[in-house]
Write a protein that binds this ligand. Sequence first.
Ligand code: C2E
Ligand code: MG
Ligand code: MG
Length: 569
Amino acid sequence: MALGAHRVENTLRGPTDPEPASPLPRALLLRCLDGLRHGLLILDEAGRVALCTEPARALLAALAPDLAEPLSPRRLIAALRGAGALARADILRAARRLREEGAVSLDLCHRDRTVQVSLSRVPGTGMVATLEDISARRAAEASAAETARLDPLTRLPNRLLLRERLGAALDRLARRGEGCALLLVDLDRFKPVNDTLGHPVGDALLEKVADRLRATVRAEDTVARIGGDEFVVLQSAVRDAADTTALAQRLVDLIGRAYMIEGHLVSIGASLGIALAPQDGTDPDRLLKSADLALYRAKRDGRATFRFFEPTMDAQMQARRQLELDMRQALARREFEIHYQPQLNLLEERLTGCEALLRWRHPVRGMVSPAEFIPLAEEIGLIVPIGDWVIRQACHDAVRWPRPITVAVNVSPAQFKGDRLVDTVVSALARSGLPAPRLEIEITEGLLLQDDAQTLRTLHRLRDLGVRVSMDDFGTGYSSLSYLRAFPFDKIKIDRSFVRDMAQKPDGDAVIRAIAGLGRSLGMTTVAEGVETPEQMRRIRAEGCTDVQGYLVSRPIPADDLLALLARS
Ligand code: C2E
Ligand code: MG
Ligand code: MG
């Protein structure tokens, strides 16, 4: 080994040492340096190798297996370049930094080995290089970076990696004109599975969905998980929308097939929103937003289906947002009012009650129909405070009527969550002084569809208070007789579509007759809704319904008009 012992002595002597110590034996010094983990390489002023420790040799040999003896900077550089561990640009950069700053550090890689080399000039003496094996650290960093891009549960790319892949796909679009599609997948009915069967089953279900998604796409496509039950498929090299339609249909079918998890047969569905590049946008945010709008439409259209983005969706969403903003202020601005529609008892020929129907007097749009804003209010949870107001206002109005008839209030399923509904009813009755039997709650079959114990408990608590409960729109949902047996309803309201069908369909009367008969044997009042003509009235009477409600008797009217009507009749 080329070692000038006197040089090492000089190097090791500290600047403050007053007298040169007696020289260290060379063999001892070498043993010490060879024992270090880092490698050390020293060049003299002429660029000759003055010292190269054993660890340095081992690291250099790992980087450049063809390195020949005797060691020289020229040979070393040639061997490193030959092994691909060093590029010409690295050499130029290192030389410049050494010239300008006197020191440089560079990572040299060969196969899975990475060595960090720190070079520094020692003026008047030469150059010192320390070599450190940082392969393990780099590998750990790389795996951490990969982990940060993967969803830990499904090992699918996460939002971060999806964005990178989407960026790359849009790059290919710009360079080669290669189109791509973004399919946003949202699971239908995942939350109930998670809530009722527990999170471990929910997690297992998500893993199975991930497996199915992975198995459905091609190797060049990306499947990512970007939220609880939200996945994205990035389909690359799309020639036309038919490619994407076929994939979307496969995904809907496949995810919709039943799953067997820990002995439970689980069934969910998938709704998909699709955006195409370049048609629907060429930047990642725009595409994700377009796919999201399309997804919203797919869900509105009944779920378990897919929708492509259309430009009008954007405008509709904006209108919806505006409606939502307006509605959030409508209560405080007193824009809601209640109209009342009387119900007539056919036997006694007298009014027995009124249904409270919510109206929204919008400052710009005028009267907005409940069919338009109630679904939105339900979706964003605003139905709860609005519904509370309706109950309080209806009780307040009814107590002023000249006759002790009932007031019927429509209640949405969302109002049944928690104990609030009973509290509201109790306080509305107490504050208004309306006797409980004069208040009637109208629910639809949809409420009982969920079949949860809490709903039935709430209904029974209302009944125990003395409040009446009726089944609205009977016949439009599942019309299951089990719902009529699940709870002792006071009243069945026959949906107005049956009244309309009566004259048009040959067996139109039969349905009304059957429901009226059912009501009679179960001891429930039967009200036919939407009666508009005397002929309908005659038939309904003949079929045995007890009450009617409809334009023929009266349209829904403002509270003051109702007072006048009740005073007259
Ligand atoms: P619903 O409870 O079935 O109310 C009956 C609907 O039929 C009312 O529509 C009423 O105006 C209409 N109607 C009554 N008679 C006739 C008729 O002879 N012919 C025709 N064509 N229609 C008739 P409206 O007021 O537009 O309410 C629609 C729905 O909005 C209601 O259906 C109810 O489900 C919901 N709704 C209304 N107010 C409230 C409320 O305060 N809370 C909740 N959650 N829902 C409400
Ligand atoms: Mg109703
Ligand atoms: Mg109804």
